[in-house]
Design a binder for this molecule. Structure first.
Ligand code: 3PG
Length: 211
């Protein structure tokens, strides 16, 4: 999907579970519960051998959700992710070769930024949808509030260290499109039960709804 389509979808449901799968069955069960709780977009990070097979399995099991492939930093991994069924790819930082490669393609790539200089450079390349990572370590909602004043034409997808109790700080910021992370399905690395996941997903979406 193109960046504009992704923007529209995230505007409706502003919470993106980000999963670094350690076990395919565990990840798929969590995805089932997240979807039951209202998740429409899920990111699977490609940081392990297992991840691409898990992304593919997720695609087969949930053909209608929007699947992002995370930690994609080069054209080869982008192609693998697209072949496995990713609707978009996303990276923790700027990757100029990948951004050139994906320009104009139907599967959008979302680059990562932290600093004003990186945002300025990304805008010069026509990128208006950006990941803000690692959000909490880089100042979280208070940094995004300042950046939003300077770059009102940029929409951010912050993730990294975000917890449920922090959502209120992000939800009202006009430049924050969505928030991502693991808080809604895991706690301290341990996966929650399906009912807890469903409830955490539903309540997080509710909290991020624009008033
Ligand atoms: C990411 O890639 O965005 C992070 O892995 C998010 O996970 P966290 O919520 O556990 O920091």
């Amino acid at each position: 999907m193109k960046a504009d389509e992704l923007k529209n979808a995230l505007e409706a449901v502003r919470v993106v579970p980000v999963i670094d799968p350690k076990c395919q069955d565990q990840c798929l069960s969590a995805v089932d519960a997240l979807v039951a709780g209202g998740a429409t977009t899920i990111e699977i990070t490609l940081r392990s051998e297992l991840a691409i097979d898990t992304l593919r399995a997720c695609r087969l099991r949930h053909p209608d959700i929007i699947l992002g492939a995370g930690s994609v930093m080069d054209p080869m991994t982008y192609d693998i992710a697209v072949e496995a069924g990713a609707d978009f790819t996303i990276s923790p930082g700027r990757c100029s070769d990948l951004e050139s490669y994906t320009a104009g393609k139907n599967v959008a790539h979302v680059p990562g930024v932290v600093t004003p200089s990186e945002i300025i450079e990304a805008r010069k390349s026509g990128q208006r949808l950006l990941k803000f990572y690692p959000s909490e370590a880089a100042g979280g909602a208070s940094a995004l509030k300042d950046l939003g004043r300077i770059f009102p034409d940029v929409m951010m997808m912050p993730s990294g260290g975000i917890k449920r109790s922090m959502l209120a700080g992000y939800s009202s910021l006009p430049g924050v499109l969505s928030v991502g992370g693991s808080w809604m399905y895991a706690d301290g690395g341990e996966y929650l039960g399906p009912e807890e996941i469903r409830e955490a997903m539903t309540s997080s979406i509710e909290e991020m709804r624009r008033l």
